[in-house]
Design a protein around this ligand. Structure first.
Ligand code: ZN
Length: 507
């Protein structure tokens, strides 16, 4: 069995053998959410993909330092960094809340969804607002090294100079430099402070509209969105580290600018392996909250709308584990299309895998079976499943090997295959590998599948929801909160909507 791990590096566009910078250790940075609204299902796909990367590296024995940031300042509407307003600042202004109330609310919501999807928390979850000093230091370094300039209190990155000295701008996103320079030309009208249209802000002087601002040597302002990832990855993983991940939509401008900033401040490429996850489509189309001009309907769905069934898109509710299984069925670099039929199939597949796992635990090898007929085939499939994972985390292929093994397991369980065709050693290995793959690597959980117990739980939950509803009607917020918190401890989430309150179970 070949134990070498290969990763497709988006920067070189090649499948490369993975060799960590420091033996036995991996530094992994993933761009996290901007917490100004509920997390997108598409973003959930990215985070689940990197959860599997994290889990598999850990399974291989690496000590992984996994950093995933929270963007809580600096992400501007439309990503154009002059007149545009900070997303969180704007939401706070519209909802008449403190920006930190917005940040807190959506950070908690994001973590809840990650928990439901059984995505492990990162080792460090740094926030942009918690690293203003580090970002100011980085801007200073960029200025010192001559890759930035100050205009009216804002600081801009000098892209043409970076191109001239290092020539790597545009390489990650595959854009021609000229293209980058003309693409932004339209925005030039608003960006008269810039020397060149492709320059981008690394420190932005704040006007009165901005609720979030900090003193700096240049102005009272806030950092540019791209800066936080450069500053925080450098702080926690070093000026060079192993893997940087994110959604494909972040390649340009976010990751190009990250690379530019790191060169500007530290003089080198920060990342050895760039990994990018592909998009999640909904019924064959890109997800978008903007309503269709003809139908008036938007093509988007939130995670909780999917889990609770409160949506007009799908025929029923699909559990977080069905969604996770559905994501595993597709390679992270391919687009994945969310449809009712595909989710129904994933639900069945997930159940079939879990049932086979349970059946496998009950199987006993006959005492005399030492080297048996099916051993080679079973061991071959197991080895292939690991080779698939070693081939740029190919979960759909690895999953298909497990399903070939499911057929054997079910054959023995149902008596179609004599049990003595598998030796005790192979059966033991199969049990262990199934356990590792399903729970440790794929990160699936066995969701309770209802039945008699399920009905009892449904009845009890309805009773609890009614008690809470009555408490809320008499403005007894203490009781209402107590119920919600107690349920949360049990990993049960309540979701209030016009139709009433529904619940969803996590792990
Ligand atoms: Zn980032």
């Amino acid at each position: 069995m070949n134990n070498e791990l290969y990763i497709y590096n988006s920067f070189t566009r090649e499948r490369e053998k993975f060799e960590p910078l420091h033996e036995g250790h991996v530094g992994l940075y993933v761009c996290g959410p901007t917490v100004y609204s509920d997390v997108h299902l598409g973003n959930c796909r990215t985070f689940v993909s990197f959860d599997i990367v994290y889990r598999y590296l850990t399974y291989l024995g690496y000590k992984v330092r996994y950093v995933r940031n929270i963007t809580d300042v600096g992400h501007l509407e439309g990503d154009i960094d002059s007149d545009a307003e900070d997303k969180i600042s704007k939401k706070a202004r519209l909802e008449q809340l403190e920006p930190m109330e917005i940040v807190h609310k959506y950070t908690l919501g994001f973590r809840d969804i990650m928990h439901l999807l059984n995505a492990l928390p990162p080792n460090i979850e740094p926030t942009a607002t918690g690293h203003i000093i580090e970002q100011i230091e980085m801007v200073s370094k960029i200025l010192e090294n001559g890759f930035g300039y100050i205009k009216n209190g804002s600081v801009y990155f000098d892209t043409p100079k970076f191109v001239k000295e290092y020539g790597v701008y545009g390489k990650l996103s595959g854009k021609q430099i000229e293209e980058l320079f003309t693409e932004t030309r339209e925005a030039l009208k608003k960006q008269d402070e810039k020397n060149h249209p492709s320059d981008f802000a690394i420190w932005i002087k704040a006007d009165e509209r901005h609720l979030m601002r900090w003193p700096s040597p240049w102005s009272v302002g806030f950092p540019g969105w791209h800066l936080e990832c450069s500053a925080m990855s450098t702080k926690y993983l070093g000026a060079q580290f192993d893997i940087h991940g994110g959604g494909m939509d972040l390649q340009f401008p976010h990751h190009e600018n990250e690379i530019a900033q790191n060169y500007g401040a530290c003089g080198s490429m920060p990342v050895r392996y760039w990994m990018h996850g592909n998009m999640l489509l909904l019924n064959g189309r890109k997800m978008s909250k903007t309503p269709d001009p003809i139908t008036g309907k938007s093509n988007s769905i939130l995670p909780l709308e999917l889990f609770t069934g409160q949506n007009e898109i799908f025929s029923k509710a699909y559990s977080p584990m069905t969604m996770r299984f559905f994501m595993l069925q597709c390679h992270y670099r391919s687009t994945l299309d969310l449809t009712d039929a595909a989710l129904l199939a994933a639900e069945k597949g997930y159940r079939r895998l879990m049932d086979a796992y349970k059946a496998l635990q009950q199987l006993q090898a006959p005492a005399n079976a030492e080297a048996a007929q099916l051993d080679q085939e079973i061991n071959g499939l197991i080895d292939q499943a690991f080779e698939d994972m070693n081939d740029d985390f190919n979960t759909p292929k690895a999953l298909s090997r497990l399903f070939e093994l499911v057929a054997t397991i079910n054959g023995i369980k149902d008596g179609h295959l004599p049990a003595d065709r598998v030796s005790a050693a192979t059966l033991q290995r199969l049990k262990e590998v199934f356990q590792h793959f399903i729970f440790d690597i794929f990160g699936l959980l066995d969701e309770h599948d209802g039945g008699q117990d399920g009905q009892t739980v449904d009845g009890l939950m309805q009773l609890i929801i009614n008690i809470r509803k009555e408490a809320r009607e008499r403005k007894d917020w203490g009781t209402s909160d107590q119920i919600r918190d107690a349920l949360k401890d049990l990993q049960i989430q309540l979701k209030d909507s016009k139709e009433g309150t529904s619940w969803v179970k996590g792990s």
